[in-house]
Design a protein around this ligand. Structure first.
Ligand code: SF4
Length: 399
């Protein structure tokens, strides 16, 4: 498995695969052809269908100013659902071209090339191997992670946590309508301040955590800086719960960083053995993964044992299985923003169940990850970030 740094990427929203990845690809391509005076980028598959709503062209043009962007809606025989063909030109003549794939979570793969992200840091591939090793050595998950990764991991996670907190703080202050034409208003501030009469502590917790999730997801929809966790579309879940635990419940920052590491290893197992891309496996791969990462992080923060951490992550993923990706207008707004808040609450419920029932469980985390991947591959293409099915279709077409 790769470093867990690959799970967390800081960048502009609204979509890790549709803006963070393409922007990164455009930067790399530009460095290869400094003499070029024009660029042509053809987008295929999901990038062609929903790239306009997700701002893919804008993200590419911020690295390749003036680039011609072509949305190829016809080609279907693709090596990856998020395929881009970059072409560099000078005086109208072609200097070179390259196919680059946005493989989810802001990561890219250049056709027929190896990248830094291809370097394996962990000899383990499945959670069961990590579990065995931790038991054998009598160490916790954070201890295992820091032993394997190089010392730059912790400062990196601190930077990630800072960016996550900044997004929540900005999002709680902002008001107005999100871009894209759907007329979706920002709700984080409203939710944060809207205490109801005689509100119980439980209701307050859910309202505040939901407000934090909205804050980050609305920052993402507004194309501002967020952290993939594991993607932009699902970036609100993990920070919401961890922010609440630090700022409303008083957990120290060092423990929050350890919890981020635990969430990272869960995201890493998922991306290694399945997918974190909505275009590849539907929203179960994005929100399901975020929910799973958050449940593991919270269980670890509570000092629960490794079996309880694993079971928390398993429950969180299991009950997101089959979740489709159907963003209205290709915008990461409906159902995405609300879905982040719901997933944050579901992660907490998963931890609560796991605390009491972990000794009776039948399904391992690795099994649920394999199930998610198989389910995603079986899913009709219209439910995999093409905006051709589900809410995306019914919103305009009617029932
Ligand atoms: S529906 Fe889910 S997978 Fe699809 S864009 Fe929204 S958050 Fe991402």
């Amino acid at each position: 498995m790769k470093s867990i740094k690959s799970v967390y990427k800081i960048g502009n929203g609204p979509s890790s695969s549709h803006t963070v990845g393409p922007y990164h690809a455009a930067q790399i391509f530009r460095e290869r052809y400094p003499e070029a005076d024009a660029w042509r980028v053809t987008l295929y598959g999901s990038l062609a269908f929903t790239g306009e709503g997700h701002g893919t062209g804008k993200a590419i043009k911020s690295a390749l100013p003036g680039a011609e962007i072509i949305f190829d809606l016809k080609t279907t025989d693709l090596p990856h659902p998020n395929t881009m063909l970059f072409t560099a030109l000078k005086d109208g003549k072609e200097l070179g071209s390259k196919r680059i794939f946005s493989i989810g979570g802001g990561s890219i793969r250049i056709e027929n090339e190896l990248s830094d992200e291809d370097v394996d840091v962990y000899p383990q591939k499945h959670f069961s191997e990590i579990l065995l090793l931790c038991r054998e050595k009598g160490i916790t998950l954070p201890q295992f992670i820091y032993r394997v990764e190089d010392p730059s991991l912790r400062p990196y996670l601190e930077k990630v946590w800072q960016a996550m907190q900044d997004a929540i703080r900005r999002g709680l202050q902002a008001e107005g309508i999100l871009p894209g034409g759907l007329g979706v208003s920002r709700k984080a501030k409203l939710l944060y301040n809207k205490r109801c009469y005689n509100e119980s502590a439980d209701v307050t917790m859910n309202r505040v955590i939901a407000a934090y999730a909205y804050a980050t997801s609305e920052e993402n929809a507004d194309e501002n800086i967020v952290v993939t966790a594991p993607t932009c579309g699902s970036c609100g879940v993990l920070p919401a719960v961890l922010y609440y635990m630090q700022h409303d419940r008083g957990f120290p920052e060092e423990e929050i960083i350890d919890a981020l590491a635990v969430a990272g290893i869960i995201g890493n197992v998922i991306r290694t053995n399945a997918s974190i891309s909505g275009a590849e496996c539907g929203c179960q791969a994005e929100i399901g993964s975020a929910c799973s990462m958050t449940a593991a992080a919270l269980a670890s923060l509570y000092g629960m044992n490794i079996d309880q951490i694993e079971y928390s992550a398993e429950i969180a993923m299991e009950h997101n299985l089959g979740l489709t990706c159907d963003p209205v207008n290709g915008l990461v707004q409906i159902p995405c923003i609300e879905r982040n808040a719901v997933a944050a609450m579901r992660a907490i419920s998963s931890v609560n169940l796991s605390r009491f029932l972990y000794e009776t469980r039948k399904i391992s985390f690795d099994e649920v990850v394999a199930t998610m991947y198989r389910t995603g591959r079986d899913m009709d293409e219209k439910y995999r970030e093409t905006s051709h099915g589900g809410l995306a279709q019914i919103y305009y077409g009617g029932i």
